[in-house]
Design a protein around this ligand. Structure first.
Ligand SMILES: [Zn+2]
Ligand SMILES: [Zn+2]
Length: 272
């Protein structure tokens, strides 16, 4: 029986299944909410006409791919361009032909990675189209059935000089972040959550074990994040949902110091 891709309308997680799936493992997990109106799964053919597809260069050499209206958790995909092969981190909910053509124009895709399941989006689609290496930390393999991980890794993986994946654990067992020393940017997955004020400026920074249920990280988990972020010199943060320039290492360490002292999901105010 052929396996068809189905996306959960509540969170956007893709599964390949014989028929409409009985449930979504990401929504059934404590780190997401169940859909109030019951399960709703869509195929690519049903989803594509509902979305408009966008891209832009967020900062030099980093392209953002997303769609509107929001679908699932509304993940955004990041594409880092290099003369010797591009790297994608996190993925949009679905890619149409115009977005795939734009990635082709930018030089295709050599390596594809994501922080954790909330950032996977339609990763399987980019794998089908471009056949890149797929890097996922080994402790999250259980969530990757819709794609094929070609290179599981342990604590760190250097994709190219100055571009390194770091396993953080915490939010998810296999949660990982990507550090780009050349652009002084951290692709933080859900290790950091940025709030914005009415003028669109970053105004708060928080971290979570589970965002919807407001479960904080344990002190040991926050310490592990701190140990990793302290080694990274950055002033831009990209999550699967947003990005901000001017959010830096000192902000992340101030947040984590407060969480280590007193576990909380409340944002700290960003002094700008
Ligand atoms: Zn779901
Ligand atoms: Zn998450």
């Amino acid at each position: 029986m052929p396996l068809e891709p189905y996306a959960c309308s509540n969170c956007g997680h893709w599964q390949r299944y014989f028929t409409v799936p009985p449930d979504c493992p990401v929504c059934s997990d404590v780190r997401n909410d169940l859909p109030e109106d019951g399960w709703d799964f869509v195929t690519p053919a049903a989803l594509a006409p509902r979305l408009a597809f966008h891209w832009r260069e967020a900062i030099p050499g980093v392209w953002e791919f997303w769609s509107t209206p929001r679908f699932g958790l509304d993940s955004h995909g990041w594409l880092l361009t290099y003369p010797d092969g591009n790297v994608a981190f996190e993925c949009a909910p679905f890619y149409d032909a115009t977005q795939l053509a734009q990635i082709e124009r930018l030089g295709g895709l050599r390596v594809l990675a994501a922080s954790h399941p909330h950032g996977y989006g339609a990763l399987w689609q980019l794998q089908e189209h471009f056949a890149p290496e797929v890097l996922i930390q080994k402790d999250d393999l259980r969530w990757t059935k819709a794609m094929r991980v070609t290179r599981p890794y342990d604590s760190e993986f250097e994709i190219r000089p100055g571009l390194t994946l770091h396993h953080t654990g915490g939010h998810y067992e296999g949660h990982a972040i990507l550090y780009d020393s050349e652009r002084r940017a951290v692709f933080a997955g859900d290790a950091l959550k940025i709030d914005f004020n009415d003028r669109g400026a970053a105004s708060g920074l928080s971290c979570h074990k589970a965002y919807h249920k407001a479960i904080p990280l344990s002190p040991a988990e926050a310490k592990r994040y701190r140990g990793i972020f302290a080694k990274l010199d950055f002033d831009s943060v990209f999550t699967p949902f947003e990005y901000a320039t001017g959010v830096d290492t000192a902000h992340a360490l101030a947040l984590l110091d407060s969480v280590i002292e007193r576990p909380s999901t409340r944002p700290i105010r960003l002094e700008r």
